[in-house]
Design a protein around this ligand. Structure first.
Ligand SMILES: NC(=O)C1=CN([C@@H]2O[C@H](COP(=O)(O)OP(=O)(O)OC[C@H]3O[C@@H](n4cnc5c(N)ncnc54)[C@H](O)[C@@H]3O)[C@@H](O)[C@H]2O)C=CC1
Ligand SMILES: O=C(O)C(=O)Cc1ccc(O)cc1
Length: 302
């Protein structure tokens, strides 16, 4: 039996619509209601039959839910939760999918006092946005990190874990602050670097934009994919995970300066040693063997 029988998804973009599709594909019989603040998104969701019902308000969307998942940008989570707080059934569990967790846990606890909250972060996504960008396999063989508060109801945590397992994910538990430091270096900093390098290339006056497109060899092309990620979502991530990102950025800047010095003074051995070490990291990532549905989907849609 699925762990929840009436699921409400608030925010029907890439992640919300992927969850909705995943529920349809993997949890037969589970009732699915959706809501999005953008009327255009609601219309699209209705047109493509994403949910059994698309409500016209957040309150109406949650009235009979036993699981509510917030799939909105992290900066909007508190307001989105307040919108339905009064209409939430007493026994409902509330979760989210935000890319950083400390600020989200605080916002949810403030907005929903006394509610069973089990924050989650599926570490799976693409650079695309909106209800048509989602797909049911997005979470297959990808991590979903749960960051429940110390006083969380163990049964609620177990049910949310089971929900994500049924969507195909592997579960990991973390403290919110640890999650934010790990993701700052593995996800947030890489996005910041991609935004910077693509911005720098397009600002270079002696390189025309047509040359940037024409000579986008492998590496730069990969950066342009990441730098195409949603501006609202990523603005919120950097503002919400400010301390950890600034800390990692400081480390990164120091390492970059060391590389700069090695290049300036012709220290080939230093460069070679670093590149050898990083090549081994790539091998470990591949050997870890998580199928990358995002890459498969991305290639099919490029
Ligand atoms: N895009 C990605 O690859 C991943 C994103 N996440 C997290 O998932 C969340 C959603 O991201 P995406 O689905 O990519 O974004 P998206 O831009 O595709 O969808 C977000 C949706 O939320 C709606 N929304 C905004 N404020 C709202 C509010 N107050 N009430 C109701 N709806 C509201 C927007 O209209 C939009 O349709 C973010 O918190 C993000 O950090 C997590 C893992 C991967
Ligand atoms: O598209 C990519 O390369 C991603 O890294 C997707 C992604 C974005 C944000 C997350 O919190 C998790 C995954």
């Amino acid at each position: 039996m699925p762990p929840f029988s009436r699921v409400t998804v608030i925010g029907l973009g890439l992640i919300g619509s992927s969850i909705a599709r995943g529920v349809r594909a993997h949890m037969t019989g589970v009732g699915l209601t959706g809501y999005d603040a953008d009327p255009q998104v609601r219309e699209t969701a209705k047109a493509i039959g994403l949910c059994d019902d698309v409500a016209d308000s957040a309150g109406a969307a949650v009235t009979d839910a036993d699981l509510v998942i917030l799939c909105v940008p992290v900066g909007a989570i508190g307001d989105a939760a307040r919108e339905f707080a009064e209409d939430l059934p007493a026994d409902a569990v509330v979760s989210d999918v935000g890319s950083c967790k400390e600020s989200v846990v605080t916002a949810l606890r403030e907005a929903l006092p006394g509610v069973a909250i089990v924050p989650a972060h599926p570490v799976a996504g693409t650079e695309r946005s909106g209800p048509e960008a989602g797909f049911a396999q997005l979470f297959h063989n990808r991590w979903c990190i749960l960051t429940p508060p110390a006083d969380a109801d163990p049964l609620a945590v177990e049910r949310v874990a089971e929900f994500w397992k049924r969507l195909g994910a592997d579960i990991e538990m973390m403290e919110p602050a640890h999650h934010d430091r790990v993701l700052a270096v593995t996800s947030h900093l890489p996005h910041l670097i991609a935004y910077t390098i693509v911005g720098t290339a397009s600002d270079l006056e002696e390189v025309t934009s047509s040359e940037v497109i024409k000579y986008s060899a492998g590496g730069f092309r990969d950066f342009t994919r990441i730098a195409a990620s949603d501006p609202t979502m990523w603005r919120d991530v950097f503002l919400s995970n400010r301390e950890a990102v600034l800390d990692m950025l400081q480390r990164f800047s120091e390492d970059l300066s060391a590389l700069q010095r090695a290049i300036r003074w012709g220290k080939g051995e230093e460069l070679f040693d670093l590149f050898t070490r990083t090549r081994a990291v790539r091998r470990s990532v591949i050997e870890q063997g998580q199928d990358d549905a995002r890459e498969d989907f991305g290639r099919a849609h490029d």
